[in-house]
Design a protein around this ligand. Structure first.
Ligand code: GN1
Ligand code: MG
Length: 368
């Protein structure tokens, strides 16, 4: 993106110090992210162009992020932590809003937290455990947040809604690909009833709605230099939803031995040791507030989210690749195959996963 445009955008925010450079950062599939370096010792910033095709109401999204960060900061202060390092700090635009609209684009900024480490994958069991702890703690700190959040992505993890989109995509066959995809389509159809049955527990409130992150991959956690969890980032999707989705999505991303878009599906399988480590860390924080019903559905949530992701990648391929950023022609199809392989592996390990959760809870009980 043109540097002059970026500099002009920076000038619209309440940044201290003079901006030296603005450069691209990270590998997200949705927004464009930049690192804003200022001259001398002034604070540096993160600037993002939020993806308006994906987030239909960016002011509401920023308002959610604002409410959540204020709640987190209060909690962090209560426990003697550092609110500027342990939670994101939004930086307002010069008009006081937490976004700046330029032509059709929405921009937002936050403080850059210095001296942190991020990981693209859970390369050790200790890291996986820390990651689970991080999300468990995040959910725990927000578990008493009364103020409702805006539903900025209606139906995000609602499989009933996803099947409606899916049926529509099949009918439209926008890119003329349906005919060649009969095998992949049958993978999705096979799970329809099972997934809808699970969703009814969410719909009827048997599984409670809470404040959740909705994008719990390890790269969304900042660690400090000693390897401790510092701060959960990428709050675009914070919403009232089910904690199970956060947990399931984390297992989907942490415990995959291969890549999300692995061209060789033989690389893809569920690493049961990573699953156990993440779950151990997660339960160390979350078992205090989760209900029995939620705990009983933890293993299923990994299956649910991996299925949902398979459906979403395939649906995007069917729709002609309009949602996810792709790097080559069949990228979404490759992603579909890799996610489906992971789903199969979760099924193969399902009983073991349930037993592991029971064992971890029993050990926790004994430790008390
Ligand atoms: C998207 O851009 P990123 O990586 O933060 C997507 C997630 C998917 C993920 C798959 C708002 O997140 O739901 O799981 O890609 N976010 C949205 O890599 O759709
Ligand atoms: Mg994200």
């Amino acid at each position: 993106m043109d540097n002059k445009i970026l500099m002009n955008i920076c000038a619209c925010f309440q940044f201290e110090g003079k901006v030296k450079t603005v450069r691209p950062l990270g590998e997200g599939l949705i927004n464009d992210t930049f690192f804003v370096e200022t001259i001398g010792n002034s604070t540096n910033y993160i600037l993002q162009r939020k993806n308006k095709n994906i987030f239909p109401n960016i002011p509401a999204m920023m308002n959610n992020i604002y409410k959540v960060t204020v709640h987190l900061k209060n909690k962090i202060i209560e426990t003697g932590g550092d609110p500027l390092r342990e939670a994101l700090t939004l930086v307002p635009a010069k008009d006081g809003k937490y976004y700046h609209k330029k032509e059709h684009d929405y921009w937002a900024a936050c403080l850059f937290i210095e001296d942190t480490i991020t990981h693209q994958s859970a390369s050790s069991l200790e890291l996986a455990c820390q990651g689970g702890k991080g999300i468990g703690k995040f959910q725990s700190m927000l578990s008493d947040m009364k103020e409702p959040l805006d539903d900025i992505l209606p139906g995000f993890h609602n499989i009933k809604f996803r099947f409606e989109q899916w049926d529509q995509a099949m009918e439209n066959d926008k890119a003329g690909r349906v005919k060649q995809l009969q095998t992949e389509i049958s993978w999705v159809e096979k799970y329809r009833n099972e997934m809808l049955d699970f969703y009814s527990k969410i719909e009827t409130g048997i599984i409670p709605s809470r404040v959740t992150h909705n994008d719990t991959k390890i790269s969304n956690i900042l660690f400090d230099k000693s390897g401790n969890i510092l701060c959960i980032i990428d709050l675009d999707t914070v919403m009232n939803s089910s904690c199970l989705y956060d947990y399931g999505d984390a297992i989907r991303s942490y415990a995959n031995a291969g890549l999300e878009d692995d061209r060789n599906t033989a690389n893809v399988f569920l690493k049961t040791d990573v699953f156990e480590a993440y779950t151990k860390g997660y339960l160390s924080e979350a078992s205090s507030f989760l209900t029995r019903e939620e705990i009983n559905c933890l293993a299923f949530s990994a299956k649910y989210i991996t299925f949902e992701q398979t459906l979403r990648f395939l649906m995007d391929y069917i729709n002609g690749d309009s949602y996810y950023r792709i790097n080559y022609d069949k990228h979404n199809l490759v992603r579909t195959h890799a996610q489906y392989r992971l789903l199969e592996s979760i099924e193969e390990n399902y009983i073991h996963m349930c037993e592991t959760i029971t064992k971890l809870l029993a050990t926790k009980q004994e430790d008390k």
